[in-house]
Design a protein. Structure first.
Length: 278
């Protein structure tokens, strides 16, 4: 298990490993393009060479790409659905170019389509996005916080998507997010609660699909259904919840990425590392 954080690529993709090391990261996550929208800087062979050299120089073990915020495979607007397919496929190709292990995405909201049609749109969109993909970067569905008409906020919904007939042949994994899962009603504040949550995950999705985890405390209570991150130990999950995850054998090979406010990321990383030592 290694720890890291989401870091900036300001000034060039090759700056991310240095930014990660400055925080104390062992792994890191980036946006490879503007998260609110806009043109992505090209990833040329020269950029790849600079980036990979920096990863070696700053001793970063793995790196991941988070897709932009505007992705919505369940939108009632065809332009948004089709754009989501195009952008996430581009991110997978960009990830493969720089050696990223995973690209993770939120699936979107079925607000205007309705749940059944929204779920079908997601399945069809993901199938189109992955059709013909030969890269090495794996696509992950990130568990959502359950706010509004969000798709992917339960293990059952994620399992239905992964096991859909049009997607079963693709190796889709899952990015667990501690805050999102907690806000969606999955508890792990005690060892018994974590065991129960992992049993549910294994029975529906399968633990072999769990590839990495975002590591954030929660401003909202269990089942609060809002996406609100807090510093480690300062939210409703608490330090013990993270200790349970870090010391659990099922998480032994799962790397954790912080997405907490930037003012105390270094402190958050130090807390996680101290729990790993215990």
């Amino acid at each position: 298990m290694k720890f890291g954080a989401h870091v900036s690529i300001a000034g060039g993709l090759w700056n991310a490993p240095k930014n990660a090391a400055a925080l104390g990261c062992e792994v890191f996550q980036i946006f490879s393009r503007p998260p609110q929208g806009g043109k992505a800087a090209p990833i040329t062979p020269e950029v790849v060479a600079q980036f990979r050299a920096a990863c070696d120089e700053y001793s970063q073990a793995e790196w991941y790409i988070h897709t932009p915020y505007f992705i919505n495979f369940a939108s009632a607007t065809p332009r948004i659905r089709h754009g989501s397919v195009t952008i996430v496929r581009e991110e997978l190709e960009r990830g493969s170019a720089i050696g990223a292990s995973y690209v993770m995405a939120h699936l979107g909201s079925f607000k205007d389509l309705g749940q059944e049609a929204g779920m079908q749109a997601v399945k069809e969109g993901l199938a189109k996005m992955l059709d013909g993909y030969k890269g090495k970067t794996q696509f992950l569905i990130e568990i959502a916080a359950g706010s509004g008409e969000i798709i992917g906020d339960t293990f059952e919904e994620i399992a239905e998507i992964i096991n859909a007939k049009e997607l079963k042949k693709h190796d889709i994994g899952v990015c667990f997010d501690t805050q999102h899962a907690f806000a969606s009603g999955y508890d792990f504040r005690t060892k018994a609660a974590l065991d129960d949550t992992l049993k549910k995950f294994d029975a529906t999705i399968g633990l072999s699909k769990l590839k990495m985890s975002h590591c954030n405390d929660s401003k909202v209570e269990l089942g609060g259904k809002r996406d609100r991150h807090e510093h480690i130990g300062e939210g409703h999950i608490g330090v013990d919840g993270f200790k349970n995850i870090i010391t659990h054998p099922k998480f032994k090979n799962i790397n954790l990425i912080l997405e907490t406010p930037h003012d105390k990321v270094v402190q958050d990383l130090e807390i996680l590392k101290s729990l790993r030592k215990k």
